[in-house]
Design a binder for this molecule. Structure first.
Ligand code: SF4
Ligand code: SF4
Length: 692
């Protein structure tokens, strides 16, 4: 009875403290903005794959398997903990034992997993204390973060040792007919414990000590977790369940901007009645924690501080200040600082600080290439780039504080329909001497071509990429593809503007393009630019532009598989080719095979770079970087990537993106490798191989 009373009091204290903590966190959640949920079937699938199946952790096999085993072990052991709570409350003994064989399986798994977890945690502790793992360091990793990790690991170790101790002495109590099955404990007893020297009472006492140690450690652990990075033990499954469902390349719409842009394009809309529930918008983008969504805050609570994101960040790798882990940790720290005041005083509370500037500097934000390597790697599906862009949105839309070069780029897009100072009228100069059908001419003849070939700003104006556009058009003409281009009616897609935070400009560009394309009843689009591919495919539908969009590598792959392109020979057969994955085709949209299949059809030797496919390093141009000076660091991203390509001994870097082409070409020049190494777009390799 005494045991029951003490247990009940301990449990009540544990639950009271735990719920007090959750209530506090909930009060902070309520300060944040809404986040769309729904599509629960898809969410459940992602949760099973990423959280329960640990698929992202397993991308790095050794540590991945250790962590996955710890996670799966926790799930099994949790069932045993529930049994202990029921036994403690109701003075029962092994209450789940009525399950028979199933109970044997649960107890045996718990026993084995406890042993595996002990080994894994010892390895984790040794790695943390004695091996210099780069991703465990960084400016955001203060002494407290390391202490926090070490305390949690020690607690887990003690939890597992107490569980093994409890099982061992439980088995000794009745070795002939124990309830449940305990293979590791049985092994310990049979090999290391002299049973004849033990009396029943001392064994019983030892079992009780381990039983109490284990359950009290669980109670302490449950209440320490919410204050440490190990809160992910609770949070990772729900956080993954609520992860974004869109492709990584997609950025959230800002409906408040859509309203403004529609007003600009149609002043009559100003007199329309506001929609029900429509609120006045107090802030564009994110300045401080009250501007984030509850999912952003949940992400910050879930972050395991593992540093996988930072370890793959091209900006961080090349010595810039940006660390995606720091951005996420800063959200948590800032909410801890400002949350109590906001709860007490209300939204008007102002402590004269903000997430931007006081925690995250513009220098960090402008270093991001939006390559999505961080989001790809995060084991709990945190999407760091979308938060970075939200912070940029505040800087651009409210403070007009974009770097000078980006402001010039915005002005060019606004005035010339391209990021450079070219006249809109010159948008077709690339096609001189070629037969390139225009949509307007087709319409005049009463024809509606199957494809719109979206040339894109770089395809129309960048000197090097104009050559790629021409080669691709030669292939289209040679194969009698039914296509046309918009010519001077095309304007910049707005991709750069959106990723650089200028949502207003992006939406204006998008709506102008959609108006033109819808007037031509465009259904299918081909483009050579992965950035425009991503924007047209994933982002235009929100504004009424629903098209079937294909990247030129996908289009060429289709022609090859249909036998319309058949290359038997060609100038590349003695050449070694390495393919650089464009972030906006690969990670952003999951297309890794199409360009490789096209390359397979070109007689030549292929070689992969060390980091390829979803692990590929960015070229450094995305997210507006191509139009501005890089932030201070040890090295430029394009040099790091070019060095990786050079390491392969390839003769050709094959790219499939205008931005990558600029960067790789610059990299080859910088490394003085112009004699030994060339950079071609995949479209050029195909057309040249066909002798066009
Ligand atoms: S998107 Fe790329 S550059 Fe930006 S923080 Fe993530 S990894 Fe770094
Ligand atoms: S954001 Fe994700 S990848 Fe980065 S440290 Fe946190 S949990 Fe790890």
């Amino acid at each position: 009875m005494t045991k029951q009373i003490i247990f009940s009091i301990s449990l009540i204290i544990t639950l009271a403290v735990f719920f007090w903590t959750i209530k506090r966190i909930w009060s902070y959640m309520k300060l944040t903005k809404p986040y769309p949920i729904g599509d629960y079937g898809k969410r459940f699938k992602i949760m099973m794959e990423v959280a329960i199946g640990q698929t992202k952790i397993l991308r790095f096999p050794f540590v991945g398997w250790l962590h996955a085993l710890v996670f799966w072990g926790f799930i099994v052991i949790f069932i045993g903990s529930i049994e202990m709570v029921i036994d403690g409350l109701f003075r029962t003994e092994r209450v789940f034992s009525f399950m028979g064989v199933f109970y044997d399986i649960i107890t045996a798994s718990g026993d084995v997993f406890a042993f595996i977890i002990v080994i894994a945690i010892l390895i984790f502790i040794i790695r943390r204390l004695f091996i210099n793992v780069k991703r465990f360091s960084g400016i955001e990793m203060e002494h407290k973060s390391h202490m926090d990790a070490n305390i949690a690991l020690t607690l887990i170790l003690l939890l597992m040792l107490s569980l093994l101790g409890m099982n061992t002495f439980y088995y000794i109590l009745d070795p002939d007919s124990p309830v449940g099955y305990y293979p590791v404990s049985m092994f310990i007893v049979r090999n290391f414990i002299p049973l004849h020297s033990l009396d029943f009472q001392s064994v019983h006492t030892q079992h009780e000590i381990y039983w109490w140690s284990h359950i009290l450690l669980i109670f302490i652990f449950a209440n320490i977790l919410p204050y440490s990075k190990h809160f992910h033990v609770f949070m990772s499954v729900p956080n993954v369940f609520f992860s974004r469902l869109e492709p990584l390349g997609y950025l959230d719409n800002m409906p408040e901007i859509t309203k403004e842009v529609k007003l600009m394009m149609d002043p009559n809309a100003a007199f329309a009645e506001p929609a029900a529930g429509e609120e006045e918008v107090s802030r564009f983008g994110v300045k401080d924690v009250e501007n984030i969504t509850w999912k952003n805050y949940m992400d910050s609570l879930t972050c395991t501080e593992c540093g996988r994101c930072t370890s793959v960040c091209p900006a961080n790798i090349t010595g810039k200040k940006l660390s995606p882990r720091k951005i996420v940790m800063n959200v948590r720290a800032r909410m801890k600082e400002k949350g109590p005041g906001l709860v007490k005083v209300g939204k008007e509370y102002d402590d004269q600080k903000a997430l931007i500037n006081d925690y995250i500097t513009p220098e960090e934000l402008w270093a991001c290439t939006t390559c999505n390597a961080c989001a790809q790697e995060c084991p709990v599906n945190i999407n760091q780039p979308s938060l970075i862009v939200d912070l940029r949105r505040y800087l651009v839309l409210e403070e007009s504080a974009a770097p000078g070069e980006l402001n010039a780029t915005f002005t060019n897009i606004e005035n010339n329909g391209a990021p450079w100072q070219f006249s809109m009228e010159d948008r077709m100069l690339w096609a001189e001497g070629l037969e390139v059908p225009l949509m307007a001419d087709k319409l005049a003849k009463g024809e509606n071509p199957e494809y719109l070939f979206w040339v894109g700003s770089a395809g129309a104006f960048d000197d090097r990429y104009k050559k790629v556009t021409r080669e691709f058009v030669k292939t289209l003409n040679h194969l009698n593809v039914d296509y046309a281009v918009l010519g001077t009616e095309e304007t910049d897609s707005g991709d750069v503007a959106r990723r650089a935070g200028n949502e207003m400009l992006f939406q204006m560009q998008a709506m102008m393009n959609i108006e033109v394309m819808n007037a031509y009843e465009v259904k299918k689009i081909i483009t050579c630019c992965p950035h425009d591919y991503n924007t047209l495919l994933n982002e235009y539908p929100e504004y009424g532009g629903e098209y079937e969009v294909v990247h030129h590598s996908q289009f060429l792959q289709k022609l090859i598989s249909k036998g319309k392109i058949n290359i038997q020979d060609g100038p590349f057969k003695d050449q070694k080719i390495t393919f650089h994955d464009p972030c906006y085709l690969g990670r952003a949209n999951g297309e890794y095979e199409a360009p490789r299949n096209v390359l397979k059809a070109i007689p030549s030797e292929k070689v992969e770079m060390k980091r390829n496919k979803s692990f590929a390093l960015c070229c450094g141009a995305g997210g507006g970087q191509m139009f501005k000076e890089a932030e201070k660091g040890d090295k430029e991203v394009f040099i790091e990537r070019t060095e990786e390509a050079i390491e392969t001994g390839a003769d050709i870097i094959c790219t499939a993106c205008p931005f990558c082409m600029v960067m790789m070409t610059d990299g080859i020049k910088y490394k003085n490798k112009e004699e030994e190494m060339k950079n071609y777009d995949i479209a050029e390799l195909v057309s040249v191989s066909m002798g066009l």
